[in-house]
Write a protein that binds this ligand. Structure first.
Ligand code: S3P
Length: 168
């Protein structure tokens, strides 16, 4: 079994994923990192040079390669679950755990970071609200478990996920 972390940019997927993998003795994989490695460029550059649809196709290509993966915590890009095919394939290899955070919390977390193409706009706070509002129903619909990270640090999120896994 694998554990798939989904959720908006800045929801903590990488930090929580690394620690969860360490504590559970699992391997860690980040789909954005796979894309950056195979394309030999950054996500920002990919968006700028090839456009978002090209990136979305790469996401699906990565998910198609995960079929035989086992014992991985897999962190996905914030838009990964917007494609039904990605959701279907991911659910075949493990439960989808949503790291949820409200727009204000997300903004606080990502405000000093510059590597996210979708947030390179004049008013990132408004953009976060807009995109998160659109995606929230999808995230919540596809998630097998939701962790509200607003008031939790990385330790707290990891603990919550481990308790959920034990209770299943
Ligand atoms: C995206 C989130 C990013 C990355 C890309 C698009 C999105 O990943 O995949 O910039 O559509 O939300 P993180 O969620 O890891 O920032």
């Amino acid at each position: 079994m694998n554990i798939i972390l989904i959720g908006f940019m800045g929801s903590g997927k990488s930090a929580v994923g690394h620690q969860l993998a360490r504590e559970l003795g699992m391997d860690y994989l980040d789909t954005d990192e796979v894309i950056e490695r195979t394309e030999k460029t950054s996500i920002s550059r990919l968006f700028a040079e090839k456009g978002e649809p090209y990136f979305r196709d790469l996401e699906t290509e990565v998910v198609r390669t995960l079929e035989d993966y086992d014992n991985f915590v897999i962190s996905t890009g914030g838009g990964m679950v917007l494609r039904g095919e990605n959701v279907r394939l991911l659910k075949e290899i493990g439960p989808l755990v949503l790291l949820w955070a409200d727009a204000g919390v997300i903004h606080e977390r990502v405000r000093k970071q510059t590597h996210r193409p979708l947030l390179k706009v004049k008013d990132p706070r408004a953009e976060i609200s807009k995109i998160l509002g659109k995606r929230a129903p999808v995230y919540k619909k596809v998630a097998d478990h939701v962790v509200n990270t607003d008031k939790l640090d990385v330790d707290g999120c990891v603990k919550e996920i481990k308790e959920w896994l034990r209770s299943r």
